[in-house]
Design a protein around this ligand. Structure first.
Ligand code: AMP
Length: 281
């Protein structure tokens, strides 16, 4: 595996591989790898492509007062994991190499980002979309792979790539969970043992809503109430930021469950802000 820091060198190598007719698959990450990241690398490898993984804690997607400085960084371990997963290039640029001091160009997807996580993190998705577009332009990857754990991020990137005619396939992969149901996240390290013990109840609450939907309930408020009732009993340390039933692609709020919808939530648990979702159909 090659480890490259310089965006120009990374671009040069990707262009050479493309010129040789090779397929390229990109997995954008911020590091501190867990089995969720590994699953995306494995999916990229299985696509019969050169696997490009970017490891970049993107300052543009952190708001004031968020955890940019404290974000977990484990670069040596990450390189070992990426190497073992068969990654061809690990791209680890420095922030100043990705953003010139007078950088002013941003990719904004307002309709999909002024909701859900975008309410408490107003500039977050602008930072995400801009860095992903930069990575797609540097690599010219044929395929880019993202986790469904960050459902809104996946929907926003799909829309940006479609609207801007980026010649790439955007693919989502299922959320990888601990055996007790907690979605793996680099930020789970912020949880105290007591918070960690309650954290799986986040997904368990969403499953209560799903079971009610399977029994025929269509009202979003009744489905929300089922999740909240579970959290009230089992997740007392959690502070709900949002819980919403939305269309999987447009992210528009739904009062009534249609053919398919996603129930998405964010809950603060101590220092951690956990997000999760469940597909209802
Ligand atoms: P991050 O390093 O947190 O920015 O995540 C990099 C990629 O890994 C994103 O596409 C995430 O959606 C994905 N990801 C994070 N956690 C998981 C998980 N538990 N299962 C599957 N994919 C994940």
């Amino acid at each position: 595996m090659q480890i490259l820091k310089d965006p120009k060198e990374f671009q040069q190598l990707c262009l050479e591989w493309r010129a040789q007719g090779q397929r390229l698959a990109l997995v954008p990450t911020m590091g501190a790898y867990h089995a969720g990241h590994q699953s995306l690398m494995v999916a990229a490898k299985a696509s019969d492509a050169r696997v490009l993984v970017s490891l970049f804690v993107n300052p543009a997607q952190f708001g004031p007062g968020e955890d940019l400085a404290a974000y977990p960084r484990t670069p040596e371990r990450d390189a070992e994991i990426a190497g073992a997963a068969g990654v061809d290039v690990l791209f680890t640029p420095d922030p100043h190499a990705m953003y010139e001091p007078d950088h002013v160009t941003w990719v904004d997807v307002p309709a999909l980002t002024q909701t859900l996580c975008g309410i408490s993190r107003p500039d977050h998705f602008r930072g995400v979309c801009t860095v992903v577009l930069k990575l797609l332009l540097l690599s010219q990857a044929h395929l880019a792979i993202f986790g469904e754990k960050d459902w809104q991020q996946l929907a926003v990137i799909r829309r940006a790539a479609r609207d801007l005619n980026v010649p790439v396939e955007i693919r989502g992969c299922p959320t990888v969970r601990e055996t007790d149901g907690l979605a793996l996240s680099s930020r789970n390290v912020y949880l105290t043992p007591e918070e960690r013990a309650q954290a799986p109840q986040l997904q368990a609450g969403l499953q209560q809503a799903r079971e009610l939907a399977l029994r025929g309930e269509r009202s979003a408020s009744a489905l929300h109430a089922a999740a909240r009732a579970h959290w009230a009993g089992h997740l007392p340390l959690g502070r709900e930021e949002y819980l919403s039933l939305v269309h999987p692609h447009s992210l528009e709020h739904m009062d009534t469950l249609g053919e398919t919808a996603v129930m998405a939530c964010a809950v603060r648990l101590g220092k951690a802000r956990l997000i999760d979702n469940i597909l209802l159909s």
